[in-house]
Design a protein around this ligand. Structure first.
Ligand SMILES: Nc1nc2c(ncn2[C@@H]2O[C@H](COP(=O)(O)OP(=O)(O)OP(=O)(O)O)[C@@H](O)[C@H]2O)c(=O)[nH]1
Ligand SMILES: [Zn+2]
Length: 209
């Protein structure tokens, strides 16, 4: 069991405390080293600009370290008169990177919640997915973080988050199983307490598209 605890990180809504980041030049030098590790020559024409491009791409892949869930969800619309039923946003696409191999895992997120007074703009739910996806992740932690952030910001009657993804570290290396998908889900409030609410969530996910 010790190994399990060491391998998987606990859900944390905020980025880790700031560490001393390397300079851009240091990061580019590290990419050069990895290029040499492939067996290629970083000084050949086609690779000369690659360290610069990779470091720039990392800024996009990992922009979630510079963003906060709190901020994205801070604009809550206090009341939507007469509406207190479920809100479901299906099929929010994402690309993340697994924290074990720094290889993409790609999939979709479905988010549902029962408002208890406040709702957020729908795009904010997609932005929330982006924030957590654009960090080094496990699928389980990402799922838990999305649910916890909504719970914290909206205090809804319940939250349901489901993530479906294919992990490239399982398809293009290692066990080499293309096409398998992993499903994770996190429920809180009425979704956790009431199996009928979970069933409703699953039914709506399967519903006409
Ligand atoms: N639970 C979970 N596991 C993941 C996730 N992403 C990658 N992994 C797994 O992390 C594990 C790392 O296992 P290790 O044995 O430490 O590393 P490895 O030798 O590269 O493992 P293999 O992938 O089996 O070759 C692998 O089983 C991956 O499939 C994730 O989001 N959630
Ligand atoms: Zn991996």
């Amino acid at each position: 069991m010790d190994d399990v605890v060491k391998t998987f990180s606990l859900p944390s809504l905020e980025p880790p405390p700031p560490i001393e980041r390397p300079t851009r030049e240091e990061a580019e030098a590290a990419v050069r080293t990895l290029l040499r590790w492939t067996g290629d020559d970083p000084d050949r024409e086609g690779l000369r600009d690659t360290p610069r491009r990779v470091v720039k791409a990392y800024e996009e892949f990992f922009s979630g370290y510079r963003e906060s869930a709190d901020e994205v969800l801070s604009k809550v619309f206090e009341e939507v008169e007469g509406y207190d039923d479920l809100v479901l946003v299906r099929d929010i696409p994402f690309t993340s990177h697994c924290e074990h191999h720094v290889v993409p895992f790609v999939g979709k997120t479905h988010i549902a919640y029962y408002p208890a007074g406040g709702v957020v703009g729908l795009s904010k739910l997609a932005r929330l997915v982006e924030i957590f996806a654009r960090r080094l992740q496990t699928q389980e932690a990402m799922t838990a973080q999305i649910a916890a952030a909504i719970d914290e910001a909206l205090a809804p009657r319940g939250v349901a988050v489901m993530v479906e993804a294919e992990h490239m570290c399982m398809s293009m290396r290692g066990v080499m199983k293309q096409g398998s998908s992993t499903v994770t889900m996190q429920f809180s409030g009425v979704f956790r307490d009431d199996p009928a609410e979970q069933a409703r969530f699953y039914t709506l996910l399967r519903g006409a598209r």
